[in-house]
Design a protein around this ligand. Structure first.
Ligand code: C2E
Ligand code: MG
Ligand code: MG
Length: 678
């Protein structure tokens, strides 16, 4: 019981007791008054009766002479009434006769007896005499007084008046024990009835109070439940899960106590949700929550942090072995097929795990650790779990930070384009440039594309970055003297959007760069999928009039089928070969074979990574068409290009007569006048 309840209960009890007491007191006052009234009326009647019954009363008052006849008349009167005691007193307060004297008058000398009895009689004081002789009677109720008297009686003083003349006064002691006892019994009855009624009312009030409290408590509990739980899965919502995590960390901050935090995320839920529809996707989440709950003990906590991401707090000693079993069980139950909307749905999950006390004691840090571990589990293909690992997660963390920065790099103008010159076989004639992206990171300095392009691919930023690179390169190249070309690298991921052909066409039209001056470089990884869509895109790009080069040839799977299935304009021999061909004749043989093969397929050959004159001489002797490397020129910003070695003439690309027409047909634009290269 709450303190306020206890106090108000006491107050109510006190009020209740006081009410009963006051009621009892008032009722008793009322009954006492009635008893007094009755006694007084009786006294007045008795006095009148006395005067009527005893004609010779005046001498008794005047001289105290009570003849036997008078005594007999008075005795008869006394016998008729149930008066306990009476006395007659003259106007001076002297007792002239009383009931005791009368009783003894017959037995002994009446005069003596009278004398003896009246001596011990109570007499009226002067004030009382004055009051009563003026015609006003006085009555006083007495209880439990001295021995020889009734328990309850009224002492009544009334005047004795005979034909208008006041003879004296009479003192009567009226026994009222019986009516008083009757009144008391009535009082008890009333009091107990009222008490009973009040008790009933109090009980009703108390019942209503407690019923209300109970209703309030259950409404509070309901409101608390709704505020703390996720309505879809009935697991804890993010805020309350984090609150419990914090509370748990504070509670177990003593040695010997531990817990483990798990973050469980469904693999490829977004595409599942898309294919099933929102409602069935919700059902998948509900089933997942149910299955997760079944893997846990009652004291463990389960929450949904967001979307398809759940979190679990496992109580108990956090050893890897113990947690391992739970994580395996979670993987197993979540991999079981679900019956959703009449169809069988297969799902799997990845889990990131961090141990309190072992990995960290800070809840926020633990959460972050599970996030990184989950990310690692996901990047290993999902369907698995990973414990926090400081080394591995450190790398993940910095990659994620880099990915976050990369989002703002585009808008923040941190991406810059460098250009590396490409020379003809003689190593003197400049034929064009390869556009190579650089990220001028405010803290890390120049970040290599080898580092951030894969990041952009996994973070879904490659389309935007690729388009920016294409536009930048074409705009810059449009300012170079013709027929200098620009080679732009494309990521395999850019082919997935379906917008690439249109983007290239649009960029060419916007920049005014002739299509034959643009080369696009792709890698073998793009062709490994062997998809018809990719082939189609390559064909459409070729039809625009741009040239297509196979980059880094010889490092991947180097399937010759790629060369057969698509007519590349250029093959770029990977720098690994360039680097090793001088020392290793076998590498030189491979390079020669590649060049022969390319030429016989009507492809030009580029060798990248030329760093010393021997490499260059060997490549020249093998008839390599295009030379690229630090020996000839390092990548530099647009402003640093001098175009030294540029010779005006025909482009070093295969001629395609209908290129411009097909480009503008793709764009559905009117054909603008051909740009004058000068
Ligand atoms: P890549 O297309 O094979 O580009 C050639 C790489 O070799 C460039 O590295 C270039 O700086 C480097 N290189 C050229 N000559 C030499 C040399 O003599 N010695 C040495 N050691 N290296 C040389 P970079 O600029 O770091 O680019 C790396 C890769 O990043 C590129 O390889 C390309 O695959 C990718 N990349 C660059 N820019 C872009 C872009 O705009 N889009 C896409 N998707 N990928 C790009
Ligand atoms: Mg390249
Ligand atoms: Mg390359």
């Amino acid at each position: 019981m709450r303190r306020t309840d206890w106090k108000s209960g006491l107050l109510w009890t006190a009020c209740f007791a006081l009410t009963v007491l006051v009621m009892g007191w008032v009722t008793r006052q009322e009954s006492d008054y009635r008893l007094e009234q009755d006694a007084e009326q009786f006294g007045l009647r008795w006095s009148k009766q006395l005067v009527r019954s005893v004609p010779e009363l005046a001498p008794v008052f005047a001289r105290g002479q009570a003849t036997p006849a008078v005594l007999a008349q008075v005795a008869q009167l006394h016998g008729e009434s149930d008066i306990f005691h009476w006395s007659l007193q003259d106007t001076q307060g002297r007792v002239v006769l009383n009931s005791d004297a009368l009783r003894q008058a017959g037995a002994e000398n009446a005069g003596e007896a009278l004398k003896r009895q009246v001596d011990s009689e109570t007499t009226a004081t002067a004030a009382l005499r004055k009051q009563v002789l003026s015609g006003l009677s006085r009555t006083t109720l007495q209880r439990g007084s001295s021995a020889g008297l009734p328990d309850v009686y009224s002492e009544v003083w009334v005047p004795v008046i005979d034909q208008g003349r006041i003879l004296g006064l009479a003192r009567l002691v009226v026994d009222q024990s019986v009516p008083a006892a009757n009144a008391a019994a009535g009082l008890v009855r009333i009091a107990s009835t009222v008490t009973l009624l009040l008790l009933l009312i109090a009980a009703l009030a108390a019942y209503q109070h407690y019923a209300g409290r109970k209703r309030q408590r259950s409404a509070d509990a309901q409101a608390r439940y709704l505020a703390e739980h996720d309505p879809l899965t009935a697991t804890l919502n993010r805020a309350s899960f984090l609150a419990r995590l914090g509370a748990m960390a504070a509670r177990v901050a003593r040695p010997g106590h531990a817990f483990t935090l798990l973050r469980v995320d469904l693999d490829r839920f977004a595409s599942l949700n898309e294919s099933l529809g929102r409602e069935l996707g919700d059902e998948v989440l509900r089933v997942t929550a149910k299955r997760l709950r079944a893997c846990l003990r009652a004291e463990d906590q389960l929450g949904r942090l967001e979307g398809d991401e759940f979190a679990v707090l496992l109580h108990g000693p956090g050893t890897r072995d113990a947690v391992d079993a739970v994580a395996k069980n979670i993987q197993r139950v979540l991999a079981e097929p679900m019956a959703i909307g009449g169809q069988e749905v297969r799902c799997s999950a990845s889990t990131g795990i961090a141990l309190y006390g072992v990995d960290s004691v800070d809840p926020a840090v633990l959460l972050n650790m599970t996030d990184l571990a989950l990310f690692r589990a996901k990047s290993q293909g999902g369907r698995g779990y990973a414990f926090h690992d400081a080394g591995l997660d450190g790398q993940v963390q910095s990659r994620r930070e880099l990915a976050r920065d990369l989002r703002s790099a585009l808008a923040g103008g941190q991406l810059v384009m460098f250009y590396q010159p490409l020379f003809a076989t003689d190593g003197e004639e400049l034929v064009g440039y390869e556009a190579l992206l650089r990220w001028d990171h405010p803290d890390r300095g120049m970040v290599s594309p080898g580092e951030f392009i894969p990041l952009a691919e996994s973070a879904g930023l490659i389309d935007d970055i690729g388009l920016w690179a294409l536009r930048r390169a074409c705009t810059d190249a449009s300012q170079w003297p013709a027929p200098l070309t620009v080679a732009v690298n494309l990521s395999a991921k850019q082919f997935a959007s379906g917008r690439l052909v249109r983007q290239v066409a649009r960029t060419l039209a916007d920049s005014g760069l002739a299509p034959e001056r643009l080369g696009l470089e792709i890698t073998e990884s793009l062709l490994m999928t062997n998809s018809e869509q990719v082939m189609q895109t390559l064909r459409r790009l070729g039809a625009l009039g741009v040239s297509i080069a196979m980059d880094d040839f010889g490092t991947g799977y180097s399937s010759l089928a790629y060369l057969w299935r698509f007519p590349f304009d250029k093959l770029k021999i990977d720098q690994v070969f360039t680097r090793n061909m001088v020392q290793d004749p076998k590498v030189a043989m491979i390079v020669r074979s590649i060049i022969t093969l390319a030429h016989s397929l009507d492809m030009r050959v580029n060798a990248e990574g030329i760093e010393d004159p021997q490499q260059m001489a060997l490549l020249q002797s093998l008839g390599c068409d295009e030379l690229q490397g630090f020996l000839l020129g390092k990548p530099g910003p647009h402003g640093s290009l001098t175009h030294a070695g540029h010779i005006q003439g025909s482009p070093h690309t295969r001629p395609r007569g209908d290129d411009r027409e097909s480009l503008f047909a793709t764009l559905q634009l009117d054909l603008p006048p051909r740009l004058d290269p000068h």
